[in-house]
Design a protein around this ligand. Structure first.
Ligand code: ADP
Ligand code: ZN
Ligand code: ZN
Length: 648
């Protein structure tokens, strides 16, 4: 008999022992099927011993060994232990996140450009050359390519990668979205003849498994993937590339709530490898680290793709009667007359949201959540974007019976109707998660747009990233304010970054690119800065404010979210935790709350939060760890978010 130390993808801290007959091949890094309580579960083997451990209970036998070779080794276990410790989860949960067959990270459909242009190696500009040699020199291990879209960041990443691969190193190349992995892999196929592995969650489990083993066996040296690819078991790690570093998708939205940038830095440090990030709009955290000299800043100041930087035009929506302002409509006319294409961006799907009664003031909210329902005309339903609950659209106030009711606010469905009203002869396509739910729809739309068969492309975030269409000379941001009035200290930063990124889609290849930015808040500093391209000034001002108000990057945050079906219980529990925290000595830390979360109810669960901000990360982290150990059992669920990005 041999004895296996097994952990599970469950919130239980300990490991469990199971026995297995000597002659069945199995060891550390294998998955096994075992009985746990009354369930049959998959477990991960993290230790093996010949000796029977002393156990009060009978040791159960493994039901089945699931692998023929180890999926992970001591290096991965060490990384998983670190993830578990930093992000407050069990070792099994950490391994579950890292390994193939784990969680899915996004349900966004993926697409491929039909025949992507392959990326041919270019003669580098002086700035690019400098950047490549900085990445390859062992002096710097954290670097940042700071440059606008089209400034040649990707080319720098690739030449650095090629160089390192030639020296026997492996590269992990992270992109913010699954949809971008395929496109990039196709573009790069011929440049990396030894093969590229793709790791992301829209692969089937068996595809993911195959990619994982290819990487582990050292058959490929370049891994491209979304967030979780940062865990790829590469041999001889030389470089981790984080493209579009500022993207929120690098932070996991469920346990363990890790940030790929943080994990990348840790891995690189252990392996003696380099991390290089890139963006036109760095996160303020990264910007601050560049200022401090901790991350080396490499500026790419010129657009190498040709085309000049587009003109930005700010349009106040005050007094406009349609979501398409008069200025925008007239610019759209011009573009269409010239045979050019248009991208319109609005990160709000549905027709309109916010049903209210003009007689009694009633506001229609989801019956399970504290958020307004969105009218989806296509489906003739009012839908909650938080929990999916839906109801029949109303014409009468459910509170007072008045007929004087209406909807306000506009989403992509409404804007689409407006486009058709103004431009009945143009071919329009809408791209949002409602319109492209069916397989291949998105792919076909993008293909047709690329081929010039569609004149106007309207969409949410999906059209904001990574896509480049030579025929586009006009980009309209229907409402720049959508990310602004959110109770979150990063609202300004996000608004700035989104406008800048979307604007980057215009005129990349032409000299007459124009971006129309519509807003109800034309004096807002984030919007103004984005329109005027005064990035440095905006970042410095924003940092000044963060410093004054004590927000990251000047402090670190922990967010404790409590949720449960009974509001009193949730509140009581949160109060108790806050009291426990306050009774301990937390030097350099400040405890805010408990208070209701901005979204105080989701899917029938009431939500409270405590925010802890600290200048002593490790000490405060330790206090929270202790708190976890002494917390009583409760029906209230507590989730800890380290360095939270969402404050809702
Ligand atoms: P980014 O990643 O910063 O958006 P890319 O690396 O994709 O920029 O480069 C933008 C375009 O410019 C691409 O079409 C690329 O092939 C081209 N390009 C990059 N570097 C050079 C160069 N040194 N000379 C000429 N063209 C270049
Ligand atoms: Zn009413
Ligand atoms: Zn809801």
């Amino acid at each position: 008999m041999k004895y296996l130390d097994v952990v599970f993808n469950l919130p239980v801290a300990s490991s469990f022992t199971y026995s297995l007959s000597e002659d069945v091949p199995c060891g550390v890094g294998f998955r096994v099927k075992v009985t746990f309580g009354r369930r049959s579960l998959t477990g991960y083997v993290i230790g093996i011993s010949e000796q029977k451990p002393e156990a009060a209970f009978e040791i159960k036998q493994v039901l089945k060994v699931l692998d023929r070779a180890a999926l992970f080794g001591s290096e991965e276990i060490e990384l998983a232990r670190w993830v578990a410790k930093i992000y407050f989860c069990s070792l099994g949960e950490a391994l579950g996140t890292m390994l193939p067959g784990g969680k899915r990270e996004s349900r966004l459909p993926s697409f491929d450009a039909e025949d992507p242009v392959s990326r041919e190696p270019k003669d580098l500009s002086e700035e690019q050359k400098k950047a490549v040699s900085a990445i390859l020199s062992s002096e710097n291990t954290l670097l940042y390519l700071y440059g606008i879209t089209g400034s040649g960041k990707t080319e720098v990443f690739l030449q650095a990668a090629e160089n390192l691969i030639a020296r026997g190193k492996s590269i992990i190349y992270l992109v913010p979205e699954i949809s971008l992995t395929h496109q990039l892999a196709k573009e790069l196929k011929h440049r990396f003849p030894s093969g590229i592995a793709l790791l992301h969650s829209s692969l089937t489990p068996s595809q993911r498994f195959k990619e994982w083993m290819k990487i582990r066996n050292g058959d490929v040296h370049l891994v491209i993937g979304a967030r979780s690819a940062v865990f790829a078991p590469v041999k001889n790690l030389g470089l981790i590339i984080i493209d579009e570093e500022h993207e929120g998708s690098y932070k996991s939205g469920s346990t363990p709530r890790y940030h790929a940038r943080q994990v990348a830095m840790r891995r690189a440090q252990r392996a003696g490898a380099t991390v290089v990030m890139g963006s036109a709009t760095p996160s303020l955290e990264a910007f601050h680290l560049m200022q401090e000299g901790i991350i080396r800043k490499l500026v790419l100041s010129k657009r190498l793709s040709g085309g000049r930087i587009p003109d930005n035009v700010l349009v106040s929506m005050e007094g406009e009667t349609s979501p398409l302002s008069r200025v925008l409509v007239s610019e759209m006319k011009k573009s269409l007359q010239q045979g050019k294409q248009i991208i319109l961006f609005l990160n709000r799907r549905g027709f309109s949201y916010f049903f209210h009664c003009r007689s009694c003031g009633y506001e229609m909210k989801c019956s399970h959540c504290s958020v307004p329902l969105t009218l989806h005309k296509d489906r003739n339903r009012m839908i909650c974007h938080y929990c999916g609950h839906s109801e029949k659209p109303m014409t009468v106030c459910p509170s007072c019976g008045s007929l004087d009711v209406g909807y306000s606010g506009f989403g992509t469905e409404l804007v689409e109707e407006e486009i058709v009203r103004f431009f009945p002869d143009a071919v329009v396509s809408r791209v949002d998660s409602d319109s492209v739910r069916k397989k291949d729809v998105l792919k076909n739309i993008l293909k047709d747009f690329y081929a010039g068969k569609i004149q106007i492309l309207l969409g949410t975030q999906m059209v904001a990233k990574g896509l480049n269409f030579p025929g586009v000379n006009l980009v309209g941001i229907i409402l720049a304010d959508t990310t602004l009035h959110v109770p979150d200290f990063r609202a300004g930063e996000r608004t700035f970054s989104l406008i800048t990124q979307v604007a980057g889609r215009a005129g990349r290849f032409s000299d007459d690119g124009k971006v129309i930015i519509q807003t109800y808040d034309p004096e807002n500093p984030a919007i103004k800065a984005a329109v005027e391209n005064s990035q440095e000034a905006f970042y410095l001002q924003e940092l000044e404010m963060r410093k004054m108000l004590r927000f990251p990057p000047y402090v670190r945050l922990f967010r404790l979210v409590f949720r449960g079906k009974n509001e009193k219980d949730v509140e009581q529990f949160a109060l108790r935790v806050a009291a426990t925290l306050k009774s301990g000595k937390m030097e350099g830390a400040e405890i805010l709350g408990p208070s209701e979360c901005p979204v105080s109810r989701i899917a029938r669960n009431y939500r409270y939060q405590i925010i802890i901000r600290t200048i002593h990360f490790t000490g405060t982290h330790g206090m929270i760890e202790n708190l976890r150990k002494v917390m009583p059992k409760s029906s209230v669920y507590m989730e800890i978010d380290v360095d939270p990005l969402s404050m809702l």
